[in-house]
Design a binder for this molecule. Structure first.
Ligand code: PLP
Length: 454
């Protein structure tokens, strides 16, 4: 019988993270402070430990993974690479489809890959308390889990729509010892202001980030941790793509195209950057891999946003980063892929897109659930709504291959399972979900509020 699952021994858990900054054609534009000048590590030191800031600014290609972190990775890594042969048969495509399954982590997604090192470096720096935001709840769960492992108290501001859609994500965070509040909350000035403006505010990742940063910046005993967007988060996720490359060697195959969902961009970065390293060096055995980030058409930061300096949060507490953005005040519609409702995209992913080195597609909500259900019926795993975006794009490419007869090899990042997203599936089955195409004029209006750097 042909093998469908490619499992690495634990000795193959990567020993280093891969830093794409070393292989970019141009140096990354620096984050800027309120005065329009590049921020220095001391300014960021109020909310991040020095080791994380060093990684954020590093241009070293390989950064060693501390042994303590690798020991925790051992609880679920290496994650499996699986050939989706039943999906291929269902589609009747000559394409080969593989997925890398990150849902095997205790929290159910790729997010613990960075939560663990972030908690570790904070604990090394003597920090005992962390604040954060969460959209889908996957990141909040992951930091709650990692905080628990290193004796750190965690407080999570959870975007209000997700707080209401996903009660068991709250329970999970509490099981791992974290406190959880719906954002906007009454706990911070940012939250109180948002509620005064709009009492039924659905929340957004940008707003929840402001709440978490506001609290961390105002307390000496508290740091802040971010689950995506920043360079060090993208860095930590590169163990996904590194493992996938070894697994493709085991399988005697190699992808032609790689797909990942794109919210803040870390799951795409984690999967795609190690393949980009080969592209930058002329290809793997001369073969270039097509790298495709998949975003929701209701929150199309890369495909409809502007490449400009903007804040990472809605209140403008963070440094300004050069990224594709819809404007930091943009409140995306209440789609069910809560982890993709972010106004911007990782500066590294943005730069690669701007320089034409990766591709981006935007897909509507209903089509992503349709793809997720097809995948669940063929392969068994019920995917998270965010992951369904990558599945949609991979299925579309497999169907295109069916038309042309091309036997391409496709890989996607199955970033998480959907076990706590079943109310979203129920609403899809009941015909209650809609597609939202964000009007260009509304985006233009939001972009008018970009910081003025003149
Ligand atoms: C399951 C899942 N996949 C993908 C994403 C998007 O992640 P990123 O911000 O890394 O692009 C999230 C974010 O919460 C998620 O929970």
């Amino acid at each position: 019988m042909e093998s469908l699952r490619f499992i690495l021994p634990q000795s193959e858990i990567p020993g280093h993270w891969y830093n794409v900054a070393a292989d970019l054609p141009n140096p990354p534009p620096p984050p800027l402070g309120p005065d329009g000048k590049p921020v220095n590590p001391e300014q960021m030191g109020a909310i991040f430990p020095a080791a994380i800031l060093e990684q954020e600014m590093s241009s070293e290609r390989w950064i060693p993974i501390p042994q303590e972190v690798r020991e925790i990775y051992r609880l679920w890594r290496p994650s499996p690479l699986v050939r989706a042969a039943r999906l291929e048969a269902m589609l009747g495509t000559p394409a080969k489809i593989y997925y890398k399954y990150e849902g095997v982590s205790p929290a159910g997604s790729h997010k613990p890959n960075t939560a663990v090192p972030q908690a570790y470096y904070n604990r090394q720096a003597g920090i005992r308390r962390l604040t954060t935001e969460t959209g889908a709840g996957q990141w909040g769960c992951s930091l709650a889990l990692a905080g628990q492992m290193f004796g750190i108290d965690v407080r999570v501001y959870m975007v209000k729509v997700s707080y209401e859609q996903k009660p068991y994500r709250r329970s999970m965070m509490r099981a791992w010892g974290a406190e959880v509040f719906a954002s906007p909350s009454e706990m911070t000035q940012t939250g109180r202001d948002a509620l005064a403006r709009e009492p039924n505010h659905p929340g957004s990742l940008g707003l929840a980030i402001s709440e978490a940063v506001e609290e961390a910046a105002s307390r000496a005993d508290t740091n802040y941790a971010l689950g995506s967007v920043l360079n060090h988060v993208a860095l930590h996720q590169t163990i996904i793509g590194q493992e996938a490359k070894k697994q493709f060697e085991m399988a005697g195959d190699w992808p032609d195209a790689v797909f990942a969902p794109c919210g803040g961009g870390s799951s795409f970065a984690g999967m795609a950057f190690p393949f980009y390293a080969d592209n930058a060096a002329g290809g793997h055995k001369g073969k270039m891999v097509q790298l495709v980030a998949v975003e929701p058409s209701s929150c199309p930061s890369l495909t409809k946003g502007q490449y400009a300096y903007d804040f990472g949060d809605s209140s403008g507490f963070t440094p300004m980063m050069k990224m594709y953005t819809l404007g930091h005040n943009f409140t995306p519609p209440s789609i069910h892929a809560g982890g993709l409702r972010y106004h911007g995209a990782s500066p590294l992913v943005s730069q690669l897109y701007h320089e034409g080195l990766i591709e981006v597609v935007a897909v509507p909500q209903l089509a992503t659930f349709e793809a997720g259900v097809m995948f669940a019926r063929a392969e068994g795993v019920i995917p998270a709504p965010e992951s369904c975006h990558a599945i949609r794009a991979a299925i579309d490419e497999a169907l295109r291959c069916k038309q042309t007869g091309e036997a391409r090899t496709l890989l996607f990042n199955l970033t998480g399972h959907g076990h706590f997203d079943m109310s979203s599936y129920d609403r899809y089955f009941a015909g209650e979900l809609e597609d939202f195409e964000y009007p260009r004029e509304a985006i233009q209006e939001s972009l008018r509020h970009l910081p003025d750097l003149a």
